[in-house]
Design a protein around this ligand. Structure first.
Ligand code: PLP
Length: 331
């Protein structure tokens, strides 16, 4: 099985922003963009992207999960990066057209079609370190993906890192630079303590990992950091919290310190998990901090984590009622 995100459909849909207007979206070969080496994105990182999924139901229909949330987040990222603004309706239609065109390639569960809308600043100007790109390119790539949990959902090892993942006003922007600044800490954590991921906790504030949000489950309570500009406002996080409320759980969106996390995580029955479009809800079994290892609850996948992941998958896969109208039918 090819690695996640390495297989692409032969075409993508693109629209260009030039002279203050967007071109009519068109289908082009997926490997066909032409970029000036002085393009703003290549020097000043004017890039943002999204990740969402389309699922095939048992009746053959294809459905997208919470597309409008991802479209709104890309609009917000574009605004914070001073990239040209676009209408939500335009990008939604581009995504719909793409998924419809390649509907036959949408895998059956547990596989799905991963959708990657991307927006980059293309103006050829190496003198714009402190000025926005007046030209841009918006495109939608598709990548059929398999089961992220093939081989079982092993509980992860996380290294708690005192530094921030990125600049504190940029965390809510889904931008390449944030991933670049998190790369070395993640590589070091893998090499030194065999951690799977880094949980960024600047000044003891438990934020998120390199590509997922963090949730602590203690009995009937689920605790996660309240939304602010320092981390990505995950759509899976929002969905899991909604499903937790539906089940009568107490949802606490507030500050969580490293001290409180380490104390509560060691209680019998405690669970921790990462939420994200790719990871869905992945259990965390071990926290590593200041040279010590702390086992979360039993150290394996918790029952609440499994139940919440199943509840989310059941909606995505058309096996449970879509009470919150999260699905958009493509065809
Ligand atoms: C840094 C970061 N945090 C959180 C998430 C989870 O966001 P979502 O649930 O919208 O996929 C992601 C993945 O997209 C991410 O890259």
């Amino acid at each position: 099985m090819a690695a996640f995100g390495t297989v692409f459909t032969p075409e993508m849909i693109i629209s260009r922003f030039n002279d203050n207007s967007w071109s009519t979206p068109e289908m082009v070969a997926s490997d066909s963009i032409k970029l000036h080496p002085g393009a703003h994105v290549l020097h000043y990182s004017s890039t943002c992207f999204e990740g969402l999924k389309a699922f095939r139901h048992a009746d053959g229909g294809v459905y997208m999960f919470r597309m409008e949330k991802n479209v709104a987040r890309l609009q917000q990222s574009s605004k914070l990066l001073a990239l040209p603004q676009f209408e939500a309706a335009m990008l939604s239609q581009m995504i719909l057209d793409m998924v419809k065109r390649f509907a036959a390639d949408v895998p059956t569960p547990p596989g799905s079609m991963y959708i990657r809308p991307t927006h980059i600043g293309t103006e050829a100007s190496i003198g714009k370190a402190a000025a926005p790109s007046l030209e841009s390119l918006l495109y939608v790539l598709l990548s059929p993906v398999g089961d992220y949990f093939a081989g079982g959902s092993k509980a992860l090892r996380l290294l708690l890192e005192d530094n921030a993942r990125c600049a504190s006003h940029m965390g809510m922007v889904k931008s390449g630079g944030n991933y670049a600044s998190a790369l070395q800490p993640i590589m070091q954590a893998r090499a030194t303590v065999q951690a799977d991921q880094v949980l960024f906790c600047p000044n003891g504030d438990v934020q998120e990992t390199g590509a997922a949000n963090f949730l602590l489950i203690d009995g009937n309570e689920i605790i996660t950091k309240a939304l602010d500009s320092s981390f990505l406002h995950g759509i899976t996080r929002d969905s899991i919290l909604t499903l937790a409320r539906d089940r009568g759980m107490v949802v606490s969106e507030r500050e969580l310190t490293v001290d409180e996390l380490l104390e509560r995580a060691q209680k019998p029955g405690a669970e921790a998990a990462l939420s994200g479009t790719a990871a869905v809800l992945t259990p965390v079994g071990t926290l590593i901090h200041a040279g010590k290892e702390y086992t979360v609850g039993s150290g394996g996948a918790g029952t609440t984590t499994n139940a919440l992941r199943q509840a989310l998958n059941d909606i995505q896969w058309g096996k449970a009622e879509d009470k919150h109208s999260w699905l958009t039918k493509v065809c």
